[in-house]
Design a protein around this ligand. Structure first.
Ligand SMILES: O=C(O)CCC(=O)C(=O)O
Ligand SMILES: [Mn+2]
Length: 203
């Protein structure tokens, strides 16, 4: 028997073509997931995200944080952040994601959604700082939320639910051919924390 017997086949590719998305289901027991959720809420340097869209400065309700091996600069939506040094829990989770996926990560973007009313619009993670076709490992804690992919050419959609204490991996050409989003919903009142471990090019 599998330790957590969550009956998820992590080798299954959720995308029909042009990329690879593997979902590992829950990768820790409930007590451990609860403890990480609490610690991340308390110890991460959460800040409101500032984006410049069509020349307008927009402050999002969602909070973000950026951590890494080195003080990497990361620019997205015309906003640059400098990576903070790993916390104990982030380093543990980075190592766990590397062990399970066989990939290597050097940074992590964190998002805190206070309720279902906060989400993230369609985008792909293909910023110039990111390793081309590098894997991205996404860990979720707190409220269960839907996550969706949309093919850039065919508009084909794929959806799945990201559980508390779960791991999802996007790799291969996923970011080139697919957008993803976290749809907002009025049905969910509880917060959710998401960690995306990434590989930034270090020069
Ligand atoms: O919250 C999520 O599950 C996804 C976050 C995301 O797509 C990102 O940080 O680029
Ligand atoms: Mn993303």
């Amino acid at each position: 028997m599998d330790l957590f017997s969550n009956e998820v086949d992590h080798n299954h590719n959720w995308l029909p073509s042009d990329g690879i998305v593997n979902y590992y289901g829950t990768i820790m027991d409930l007590d451990e997931a609860n403890a990480y959720y609490q610690k991340l809420m308390e110890t991460i340097a959460w800040e409101n995200d500032v984006a410049v869209i069509f020349g307008k400065r927009i402050v999002t309700k969602r909070k973000v944080a950026w951590y890494g091996d080195q003080p990497f600069d990361y620019t997205y939506s015309n906003n640059t952040k400098k990576a903070l040094p790993w916390t104990k829990e982030l380093l543990e989770l980075k190592k766990l994601s590397e062990k399970l996926t066989g990939e290597v990560f050097n940074s992590c973007l964190l998002n805190l959604y206070h309720s279902g009313e906060e989400g993230m619009a369609w985008h792909s993670d293909a910023e110039k700082e990111l390793k081309k076709n590098g894997a991205i490992a996404s860990m979720s804690f707190g409220a269960e939320r839907k996550f969706a992919f949309k093919h850039k050419q065919t508009q084909e959609k794929v959806g799945l639910v990201l559980e508390h204490g779960s791991l999802l991996v996007m790799k291969g050409t996923t970011q080139t051919h697919w957008l993803h989003r976290l749809p907002p919903t009025k049905m969910i009142k509880a917060p959710r924390v998401n960690l995306t471990f990434r590989a930034i090019n270090s020069h």
